[in-house]
Structure formats: C-alpha cells, structure tokens
Ligand binder design. Structure first.
Ligand SMILES: Nc1ncnc2c1ncn2[C@@H]1O[C@H](COP(=O)(O)OP(=O)(O)O)[C@@H](O)[C@H]1O
Ligand SMILES: [Mg+2]
Length: 337
C-alpha cells in the first residue's frame, strides 16, 4: 500500500512556515488543521491557526470562542476566525474613506450607494477575505510565528484575484506619473507666482491645491500598497520552502472527483500540493458486516486514489469513535500509528 505513516506528514511540514489545508466541506479540514497546529504548539513551536469558516467550527474544535482578533489558546498557540461579513464591512469602510478624501462631497451619497451594492457583488467577499489572509500571511513571520496554518486553501478562483492588482498596476502607475507631473507643474507655477505675488496671497487664492494633491497621492498609495501586499503574498505562496498546501479528502467518490479538480486548478496556478490526507478511514479488521463493507469500499477507492495521485504523498487518518476536540486530543490524533 502506498499510504505513508501519518507521522511522516508532521515531519514533512515541520519546517514549513505557511501551511494551507484545503478540501471539500466536511472531509476534515478543520480537524486536520487544528491537529497540526496543536501538535506543533505542543512541541513549543509558535503557531497561528487562521480559519475563514463563518460557522465557527475552529472555535468548536478548540473549545474556545474565537473572533477576528488573535485569541491565545495556549502559550504557543494563537487562533483567529476571520468573519467574511466583518472583513467586507471593514474593507469597504476603508474604500469609502479613501474616496471621500478626494471626491466631490455632493457625489458621496451616490458613491455610498454604489459601495453598498458592491458589497454583495460576486467576488467581493473573496477579494476582501483574500486581502485579509494575505495580511496575516505576510505579517506572521514578523510576529515570530514558526507556523501559520490556514484552515482553508484559496481556490483557483480566489488565487486569480492575486494577480488583479498586478493587472491594475499599469493604471495606478499611470495615475502616479500624472500626479507627479501635475505637482511638478504646480510647483513651477507657484514659483513663478511668488515673484509677482506674496506667498500668503497665493495660498488664499487656491487654498486646496496642495491639500487635494496630497489626498490624491494618498488614495493612489492605498492601491500601491495593496498591489505590493498581493505581490508579496503571491511570492510566498509560490515558494515551496515557505508554503505547503495539504489537501484533505475522504475515500469517497465525490471528494475524489473534487480533489482531482482542485489539483488541476492548483497546478494551473503553478502551485503543487505538498501532500494529501485521506481522512476518516475505517480499519479493515471489522467484525460487523456494515462496517466491514464500508471498509472494503474504502480500500477499493484507495486503489483509485493511489493511481490518481502518484505525484503526491498520501497520509491516512483513521475514523475515531467520537469527534476530536481540544488541543490534547487533536495532537494525539497525529501520534496514532
Ligand atoms: N478522523 C476523524 N474521526 C472522527 N471524526 C472526525 C474525523 N475527522 C473529522 N471528523 C468529524 O467530522 C466532522 C467534519 O470535520 P471537519 O474537520 O469540521 O471538516 P471540514 O473542516 O472539512 O468541514 C466533524 O464533526 C469532525 O469532528
Ligand atoms: Mg471546517
């Protein structure tokens, strides 16, 4: 059998600063992510686990109430649950502040209405969530974490958003160049003016000139920063010494199909999964007819799985009698042979 012993996964990911856990709903992403995080924290490796699931399942698994801010679970483990609604609201409030700085005040009601509608536009939540994930990704190393574990890998769809600011690059660069030309021109005009008029008189004539250009520059710099952030995150994501993507699946037909698609999408984005976890396996030594049949069915699918994913190491996690909750039980799950 081509399944590797589970402790191999822990060893393989030991030196990875960034770990993404992806897969279909219900296969065991949160359990796997929390198990890895709990294990590394128990080894005194400072770990941050980030969930994007609004159903609070990470908090449930860790037996702690979580929110958008870091919560200390144990001396070496912090956890965050990113709430998409809160993040989208924050994101659009920031966009509104930026626009307000240079837009005509009469336009603001219309702009606000537009922003309100944009919040529910397709992709808005993904974009805001991706930006927030990128912030954590880029900041984690600086904050002294040895591992940052995301309980959800970005899909091919969200990954494409990463190149959006890059595509907008030409546009922001154009704006900045225009801005620089204008301020240069303005300083020449001001200089000429000061020969004819007193400086204070000039200020009274055009009190907003300098201020307005500052604000415009600020607005463009917000775009510049976002571009920079996504570029940095993109580099980290594609660096295999930094980032490992682990896909979780069960030995069932639909998760197999979904995992095949996920791998194609990831490979298209030049991202290779580091490993695949086959969760909820049933051992074949069952006396009960029902469970024996299920175990046989899984073994049959495992052959299919092994043939489909020859490039990636496969690690088994066996089905436990009860849900696995709390850091001790979670890290013990990875120590099982
Ligand atoms: N190996 C396992 N043994 C027993 N229960 C498990 C196992 N893996 C996951 N579960 C349970 O299955 C359910 C779904 O797991 P979860 O990790 O929340 O999946 P996901 O995050 O992919 O939606 C949870 O109730 C979890 O406790
Ligand atoms: Mg989950």
């Amino acid at each position: 059998m081509a399944l590797h012993p589970l402790h191999g996964l822990v060893e393989q990911l030991e030196t990875q600063p960034i770990i993404f856990i992806g897969g279909k709903g219900g296969v065991g992403k949160t359990t796997t992510a929390a198990a890895l995080a709990s294990y590394y924290a128990s080894q005194q490796q400072k770990t941050l686990i980030v969930s994007t699931d609004p159903a609070h399942s990470l908090g449930d698994v860790l037996n702690v109430r979580l929110n958008n801010e870091k919560t200390r679970i144990s001396p070496y483990l912090d956890a965050i649950e990113l709430n998409p609604d809160v993040i989208v609201d924050k994101h659009f409030a920031q966009v509104e502040r930026t626009i307000k700085a240079y837009a005509n005040p009469d336009m603001m009601p219309k702009i606000r209405e537009h922003l309100r509608l944009s919040k529910s536009a397709p992709g808005a939540q993904e974009a805001a969530m991706l930006e927030s994930m990128c912030h954590h990704l880029v900041e984690a190393a600086g904050a002294g974490y040895e591992h940052i574990i995301f309980d959800t890998a970005p899909t091919g769809h969200t990954l494409r958003l990463l190149v959006l600011p890059e595509m907008m690059g030409a546009w922001t660069d154009g704006l900045l160049a225009q801005q620089r030309r204008q301020s240069k021109l303005r300083s020449v005009v001001n200089h000429l003016d000061s020969h004819n008029q007193k400086n204070d008189k000039n200020d009274v004539a055009n009190p907003f000139a300098a201020k307005k250009s500052d604000r415009w520059e600020q607005a463009v710099s917000v775009l510049e920063k976002r571009k920079q952030l996504f570029r940095q995150a993109g580099l980290l994501l594609h660096d295999r010494t930094q980032t490992a993507i682990v896909l979780v699946m069960t030995a069932d037909v639909l998760p197999l199909a979904e995992t095949k698609r996920a791998i194609e999408q990831l490979e298209d984005s030049k991202l290779m999964p580091a490993a695949i976890v086959i969760n909820q396996l049933i051992s074949t030594t069952q006396s009960d007819e029902f469970w024996r049949r299920r175990a046989e069915r899984q073994q049959h699918l495992l052959q299919d799985i092994e043939q489909s994913f020859t490039k990636y190491p496969l690690y088994p996690i066996y089905l436990q009698q009860t849900d696995v909750r709390g850091t001790d039980a979670l890290s013990a799950l990875l120590k099982l042979v």
